[in-house]
Write a protein that binds this ligand. Structure first.
Ligand code: PLP
Length: 357
């Protein structure tokens, strides 16, 4: 399905030697500081980066730092990875599952606005998801925040490549299966320096400069070893990004004769990501998955059929989820990897043509 490729031992060696020399292993050492500075350089000046143990923690701590009323509703798209809902619950809020747009597979600001009137309780936040790395336009979300006072946080876990501005706080995952992988890790990007400081404190026992804990917090820091992998991964990124795009273009080209197989807008053209999810005709995903399995091609329904179908979140308040149910029955993850070759691409396309052609 996926075959992640993180920096090799050879690429890591110079960074590991720096750790040996400094004998500084965690707690905001020189490598972590350098890694965060290089991440910040991908954004507008003034953007703050706070690294953390993973994106799930990053989202939860960002919500926690916003000091929202306990138990209040946080709207999320029902069609997302369960991590989004787990982060909401971990922050002491209630996930409110809303329907997604059939075009971009995520929440639309006008849909949230329309749902607000009938909300089953006070709404304090929204998490906007960049599905599989496709960044939505943030301007209407900024407007919604300004008009309603509702906090908006972006789950940009898979959007390392597409996220290059953080007018709203956005959290990226650095998990091994994402485009820029370091094993486990994540970061918050935000133009709000005060929010960045509070999230930083939450990742480090609530310490503010001194060893006096200011509030209930946790430990979600990244070690110098994780930062070493991050620095080496950033060294390789310009080249790796082109490899992701090349692999994607190969798959797209192999399926031009299959109009029933629809890629996300701009997938592999204007943005790079590590997964290939296609939309098939409504209701077709299961049957196609079985056909492909019979042809020796593995597939994955990465997000299943939506958060409401997972026992953990089946009891959450929700809106009408017609589009989510349709999408869940139509989206399938195809095998994808940075070094997907011609032969593999051909096998995937042939099996799909056999099934839907
Ligand atoms: C991968 C992913 C996460 C979780 O990221 P971790 O770093 O593994 O915690 C959250 N949300 C979405 C949309 C994801 O794709």
């Amino acid at each position: 399905m996926a075959r992640p490729q993180l920096p090799t031992a050879q690429a890591l060696a110079p960074y590991l030697r720096r750790i040996d020399e400094a004998r500084w292993y965690s707690n905001f050492g020189p490598l972590l500081t350098a890694f965060e500075a290089r991440l910040a350089a991908r954004f507008a000046p003034g953007t703050e980066i706070v690294t953390c143990a993973n994106a799930t923690q990053g989202l939860a701590l960002c919500l926690q730092a916003l000091s929202l009323p306990p138990g209040s509703l946080c709207a999320i798209p029902a069609y997302t990875f369960v991590a989004t809902a787990h982060a909401v619950a971990a922050a002491g809020l209630t996930p409110w599952l809303l329907d997604v747009d059939p075009q971009n597979w995520t929440l639309q600001p006008h849909a949230v606005r329309a749902a607000l009137a009938g909300a089953p309780g006070p709404v304090s936040a929204v998490i906007v998801v960049a599905p599989f790395g496709l960044m939505p336009d943030l301007a209407p979300w900024l407007a919604l925040r300004a008009e309603t006072g509702i906090a908006v946080v972006v789950d940009a876990a898979a959007a390392f490549d597409a996220l290059n501005a953080a007018p709203l706080p956005a959290v990226v995952s650095l998990h091994a299966t994402k485009a820029l992988g370091i094993g486990e890790g994540g970061f918050l990007a935000t133009e709000d320096a005060d929010l960045a400081r509070r999230v930083r404190e939450l990742t480090s026992f609530g310490f503010r400069g001194a060893r006096e804990s200011q509030m209930p917090a946790t430990n979600a820091k990244l070690s110098e070893y994780a930062a070493a992998v991050g620095l080496a991964a950033l060294d390789a990124w310009p080249h790796d990004r082109l490899r992701w795009l090349r692999a994607a273009r190969g798959l797209r080209a192999a399926m031009t004769h299959l109009p029933q197989v629809v890629f996300q807008e701009g997938w592999g053209l204007s943005w790079a990501t590590s997964v290939c999810c296609v939309r098939l005709p409504d209701g077709a995903a299961d049957a196609v998955a079985r056909d492909l399995a019979a042809a020796g091609v593995e597939t994955r329904a990465w997000w299943g059929r939506g958060c409401h179908t997972h026992p953990a979140f089946a009891g959450c308040p929700r809106g009408d989820l017609t589009q989510t149910d349709r999408l869940g029955s139509a989206v399938l993850g195809l095998p994808f990897r940075v070094d997907l070759d011609h032969a593999q691409t051909g096998r995937i396309a042939a099996a799909l043509a056999q099934s839907v052609g």
